[in-house]
Design a protein around this ligand. Sequence first.
Ligand code: AP5
Ligand code: MG
Length: 221
Amino acid sequence: MNNLISYISRQWNYFKNRFFNIVGKSQLNKFMKHIILFGPPGSGKGTQAKQLEKKFNMIHISTGDLFRYEIGNKTPLGIEAQAYMDQGRLVPDEVTIGMLKNRVNKHPEANGFIFDGFPRTIPQSQALDQFLNERGEELSGLISLKVDDEEIVVRLLDRGKTSGRADDASEAVIRKRIEVYNDQTAPVFNYYDDKGKAQEVEGVGTIDEIFNRLSSTIEAL
Ligand code: AP5
Ligand code: MG
């Protein structure tokens, strides 16, 4: 009789643990959010992502910042990227995708990622989806900051006075970046829109106003 009670009790504990383990994991995945903060050059992605990262306890990854770090350290990756960046062109997909995956894999503890400046092409979008899928995760949504071209030129020329960024230093390169965005990057919005995952948020206003708009959008995802 004692053996039977002990057997039933062990079985009960086994099923109880398995059940709560499965439910627990699905709850965790539910709270894990991965967001693409999207928009043209100078639309405020970096400014906003730095604040959103703290508020939502997520990890902010800016591929532009990663490339600038490599350039600063004169690594082979930095030297390759610089030639493209200084002209306002995109760094080749294979290089960018590999760098992004490495960075994500460095944060197994992450509660979610804010991708800033990535993906910028359809192949990058497909690679990101596949990568998240292999991790048993998916993108929560893409949020695009809407800012018109003339505002962008004013913002970036102004930043160029102090940023030391070669791609902010001339209006011609800034306009080239906008052209590259329209040709190669804007289709990424449609790619996620077709999946019902893209939204647009007004990107002109005070930094706090835009932060509040983005926060409510993320909370609703
Ligand atoms: P990246 O560094 O990503 O540059 P970007 O997309 O051109 O955009 P910025 O970083 O200049 O602007 P932002 O939207 O972050 O705005 P910010 O907050 O700084 O990429 C640089 C290059 O790297 C690319 O051209 C490419 O060569 C390469 N690269 C990067 N990712 C790649 C990828 N995935 N594939 C291939 N190549 C890649 O704000 C801009 C300015 O506006 C600041 O001065 C800020 O203070 C000001 N500002 C912000 N908000 C406001 C506001 N509300 N009102 C007024 N001013 C504001
Ligand atoms: Mg930026």
